[in-house]
Design a protein around this ligand. Structure first.
Ligand code: PLP
Length: 383
């Protein structure tokens, strides 16, 4: 359970991200324990949070890293990740980024289109290198029952459609400077049920049977990320159910001898260890509503404005006060700059500190300087 050292918070500039490093370490230990199958290789999707203090702990725990830009590869190298533990994904890798990744001797490129494959082959040739490549497949998993799967559909920009895959595999195998490793998938994010992952395993099993029959084998299968967390109850399950997650792949994925499975978890690794701490500037009484106007806004945490997401709000200055309803809003000149409507919270006064929970993933890293605001800073718990 995250404890907020409220006395230490007094006098700090707000807003800031508070990272509970003890919880992060417990989460990482749990991943190591539950992913103990030696064929399983867990990578951290750095786009969720690239704070150096957070990254150092993840690197120390022995995870690899999944990057989607040259800047992320730089951040990963700075945090001590070795090149061979880096995979590089994304639909639009620039020539400079490809060159940089090859110089860093990264472990694998996850390739999403034929022109990209050809450019990687060309640049690797110029550099006298061979690029390890996995092809990102769009598994077209039926979304009717799972509307949260947003990246695995046919009309999506991500991945290679199943019909185009055979020609792409042939191409990858035929190119001189490409070392074809296998297939990559990523079906979506914030998935809190087991079924989509079972469906993914079944798709992979079917593809492996089909291609093995044609004499094509894959040394690595990358199943992506997407494991969700409990935003409504950050204390009920502060560590996601990794046991069930890895067991699902262990039980359903039919692996070939010597095959590795790569996982790329982002949100589930870091979301619960981070909170955005903000100070109440004013309590404004409307005719029917009370507004708590806080000094954090969508520039510090954009998920509510961007995805209509809700982060649990706590009044950590007055946790046991009498309950009232408040709209908790930020100072930015956008009406979407709102963290919660009719939130039932202990009496809020000017100067109180509020915690927006479960903000460790896609929080600080998405901060902007809109309205010429300062970026939020970060504070760490004792480890
Ligand atoms: C974003 C992303 C991930 C991580 O997703 P989470 O939902 O945060 O686990 C993994 N793989 C790829 C290719 C991604 O784009």
């Amino acid at each position: 359970m995250t404890r907020f050292p409220i006395d230490e918070f007094q006098g700090l500039r707000t807003p800031f991200y508070f990272y509970d490093l003890k919880l992060l370490d417990q989460t990482l230990s749990d991943i190591k324990r539950t992913a103990r199958d030696p064929r399983f290789k867990v990578h951290y999707a750095i786009k969720a949070n690239a704070n150096p203090g957070v990254l150092r702990n993840i690197q120390a725990a022995g995870l690899g890293v999944d990057c989607v830009s040259g800047g992320e590869i730089e951040a990963a190298l700075e945090a001590g990740f070795r090149g061979e533990r880096i995979v590089f994904a994304g639909v639009g890798k620039s020539d400079e980024e490809i060159r940089f990744a090859l110089e860093a001797n990264i472990g694998c490129f996850n390739v999403e289109s034929e022109p990209e494959l050809l450019i990687i082959n060309e640049i690797a040739g110029e550099m006298g290198k061979k690029a390890a490549v996995a092809l990102r497949v769009n598994p077209n998993i039926d979304a009717h029952t799972h509307e949260y799967i947003t990246t695995g559909l046919a009309e999506n920009k991500f991945g290679i459609n199943l019909e185009l895959l055979p020609a792409m595999i042939d191409k990858a195998i035929s190119l001189d400077n490409i070392d074809f490793k296998g297939l990559h998938f990523h079906i979506g994010s914030q998935i809190t049920e087991t079924e989509p992952f079972v469906m993914l395993c079944e798709t992979i099993n079917r593809l492996q049977n089909e291609y093995n029959a044609k004499g094509i084998t894959f040394s690595s299968i990358n199943v992506g990320g997407g494991l969700g967390i409990d935003y409504a109850h950050p204390e009920r399950r502060p560590i996601p159910d990794f046991e069930n997650y890895f067991k699902t792949f262990h039980n359903h994925l039919k692996l070939r001898d010597g095959q590795e499975v790569h996982f790329e978890l982002g949100r589930s690794v870091v979301a619960q260890c981070g909170s955005l701490i903000t100070k109440v500037l004013y309590v404004k009484e409307g005719t029917t509503k009370k507004f708590a106007i806080v000094d954090a806004g969508m520039t510090d945490l954009i998920r509510p404005a961007l995805y209509n997401a809700h982060h649990k709000i706590e009044n950590i200055s007055n946790p046991n006060g009498e309950l009232h309803h408040y709209d908790v809003v930020g100072p930015i000149c956008e009406s979407s700059d709102c963290f919660g409507k009719d939130e039932l919270l202990p009496t809020i006064s000017r100067g109180d500190l509020l915690a927006l929970r479960s903000a460790g993933a896609y929080g600080e890293i998405m901060a902007s300087q809109y309205n010429c605001r300062k970026l939020p800073h970060s504070v760490f718990s004792a480890q």
